[in-house]
Design a protein around this ligand. Structure first.
Ligand SMILES: Nc1ncnc2c1ncn2[C@@H]1O[C@H](COP(=O)(O)OP(=O)(O)O)[C@@H](O)[C@H]1O
Ligand SMILES: [Mg+2]
Length: 609
């Protein structure tokens, strides 16, 4: 029902397919009547000739007409079934499109937390299976449902008209068979789910391995990865064995039951014909009718089977569709701009404040999942145009502050205000240009990657930022220049080249807030100096958050925030903090020290002198 509601625009197709099926069934039901009538004519004529009489008048004409009626019924079936088949194909293509795009739309809206816990290959495998099973079911169901209903009713009515015990036996056969099928399906389905889990896990790992082939090869783990993959699939063999044994055993039982019931039906028909209650024509008609009666029984069980499969498939589909994109897991709030708040939520009489900070963290506490907080009571303001650096140990929560600022996670406590952030996340994110710690590029050309945040940018604009981010320097050496394909996630580039493209991408976005999370960590000193110049230009008149990896960069910011054990330790200008004896002062002294212990301590901060 939910799938139907979900794909309401396909209703004309469902109806069309059902009408086609009804016409086909009607033509099918006519056949036993026609052959039955022909049999009576033939038997009459044969009897007359055997008695030495002439062929009865009109007998030939009757059988010719009846044969023509058979031809008409078959032609109707031929044509209408092809029209219905065409509708079915179009319907399933449309359904696949609707279900896939809605799923993608939902995934794109889901909070980061969802992706932290899922393998991308698993997401894809699950989507494909769900959609295939649901689509197959809907197609066959709309094809079969009316046929089954009409055939069942017709067979029951006609057999009841001729001799009621036939109808009684059939009425027993249907529900018995259905019940046995439902029994079979339940266990079958449970095993199917276990099988799918293995396939999903294997597919998830598969995609991950393909994406990180260098790591796999360099650690010589090809064999063990293959083994693990094989193990998952081996497990499905055993499960399939159990599943198939069960299914075939149950199928044997239910078909045997059906055979016995049909034995009774045929026995009744034969004996009553011999006793003269049925004419030979009626007998032929009834026998054909019984053969038709078997079909809906078997179809029905097929529908039960595939319905259960589709319902399992649609369950995992709807599980994802039911996730609330707004539920970011935290009890706290996402970044917002109080001045963009609807009038009703702003305190009466308050005006948008002038000279407000561009970004303000107030008592922000956050932890991933249910773990201990990574950040505790983080409070600071960043004024428009200010450059703020974050310093703290590796794993100290610097990148986490960036994630919170971008609204990837909701804080547990406290609030984050970002000037210009609307109620939806995309308006917040439009205000922020970011260079992530891991450059994360896409397959495609260099130009496409630089323009990712502004696809409408001109080639001249792209080249201008490429110049400032020292991308132009290496692009000049590439035969295809900006049209060079860089491979999945930028695989064909060096770490430093990727980072420079990521910097250019953020530059082109031209947002009022700039976040640099170790944006130049993979660069050599020379190119770092080049990029740094571009970044210095860019940071002018922009509120900037810098997680720097070089102390000389940090020395030039307006304020430094040092983090210790998830809390803010100090906030102050580089000069103030150099003299305060805190973390920053310690780093400064460490970089000038030559002792091994000091070098080691420095490493904990991801910082170089
Ligand atoms: N997506 C995540 N899920 C769970 N824990 C995470 C996630 N990202 C980071 N962490 C943890 O949060 C802590 C802070 O990480 P991070 O902010 O990346 O540190 P930094 O950038 O200062 O080196 C680390 O202990 C890390 O293990
Ligand atoms: Mg980090």
């Amino acid at each position: 029902m939910r799938i139907l509601r979900f794909t309401r625009s396909l209703t004309p197709y469902y109806v069309g397919i059902m009408i086609a099926a009804a016409v086909i069934t009607g033509a099918g039901i006519a056949v036993p009547f026609i052959t039955g009538a022909a049999t009576d004519v033939v038997v009459g004529a044969v009897g007359a000739v055997a008695n030495g009489e002439a062929v009865p008048e009109g007998a030939i004409r009757s059988v010719v007409l009846l044969a023509l009626a058979l031809l008409a019924a078959s032609l109707v079936e031929t044509f209408v079934s092809n029209i219905g088949g065409y509708w079915g194909d179009v319907m399933s293509a449309k359904m696949r499109t609707i279900l896939s795009t809605r799923y993608y739309e939902q995934l794109l809206a889901l909070p980061q937390r969802y992706f932290d816990n899922e393998l991308s290959g698993t997401i894809v495998a699950r989507l494909n299976r769900s959609i295939t099973e649901v689509t197959n079911f809907m197609k066959s169901f709309s094809n079969m449902f009316v046929t089954m209903l009409m055939t069942t009713v017709a067979v029951l009515a006609i057999s009841a008209w001729h001799y009621w015990p036939l109808a009684v036996l059939l009425a027993i056969a249907y529900p018995t068979y259905l019940w046995l099928t439902a029994l079979t399906s339940r266990k079958w389905q449970r095993l199917e789910n276990q099988k799918n889990e293995h396939v999903d896990l294997a597919s998830g790992r598969f995609a991950e391995v393909v994406g990180q082939m260098r790591v796999v090869k360099s650690f010589a783990r090809e064999d063990s990865e293959l083994d693990e993959f094989g193990n998952h699939f081996d497990r499905t063999i055993a499960l399939t064995g159990a599943q198939s044994r069960h299914w075939h055993m149950m199928d044997g039982i239910r078909r045997a039951v059906l055979n016995v019931i049909f034995f009774g039906l045929y026995l009744i028909i034969f004996i009553r014909t011999v006793m003269g209650f049925f004419t030979p024509g009626e007998m032929v008609m009834l026998i054909q009718l019984m053969a038709m009666a078997k079909q809906p029984v078997q179809n029905l069980s097929w529908v039960v089977d595939s319905a259960q499969r589709a319902s399992a498939g649609s369950r995992s589909y709807f599980e994802v569709m039911d996730l609330d994109p707004a539920a970011t897991g935290g009890t706290g709030s996402l970044p917002r701009d109080p001045d963009h708040a609807p009038e009703a939520t702003r305190a009466p009489g308050t005006q948008p404040a002038a000279g407000r900070p561009a970004v303000s963290f107030d008592g922000v506490t956050f932890g991933y999942e249910d773990h201990a907080p990574v950040l505790n009571d983080i409070t600071f303001d960043a004024h428009p145009g200010e450059r703020i650096a974050f310093v703290g140990e590796s794993g100290g929560g610097k990148s986490t502050i960036v994630s919170l600022l971008l609204g990837f996670y909701a804080s547990r406590d406290g609030s984050i205000e970002v000037r210009g952030a609307g109620p939806d996340m995309s308006s917040l994110r439009r205000n922020i240009g970011v260079v992530f710690q891991d450059p994360s590029l896409f397959s495609g050309t260099i130009a496409e990657n630089i323009a990712y945040g502004r696809p409408e940018a001109t080639q001249a604009e792209i080249e201008a930022v490429a110049q400032r981010a020292a991308v132009a320097e290496f692009v000049a050496k590439l035969p295809q220049g900006y049209d060079t394909m860089i491979g999945e996630r930028g695989m064909k580039l060096s770490g430093g080249q990727k980072q420079r493209i990521a910097v250019a991408r953020a530059m082109l976005k031209d947002a009022p807030i700039l976040v640099l999370d170790e944006a130049t960590s993979a660069l050599d000193t020379k190119s770092e100096r080049l990029v740094q110049q571009g970044l210095d230009d860019l940071m002018r008149d922009r509120t900037s958050f810098i997680i720097a990896h070089r102390l000389s960069t940090i020395a030039e910011v307006d304020r430094i925030v040092t983090l210790k054990d998830g809390r803010i330790d100090e906030i102050g200008s580089p000069d103030e903090l150099a003299a305060s004896g805190g973390i920053y002062a310690e780093l400064l002294s460490l970089q000038n020290s030559a002792s091994k212990a000091d070098r080691k301590r420095l490493k904990q901060f991801d910082v170089v002198g």
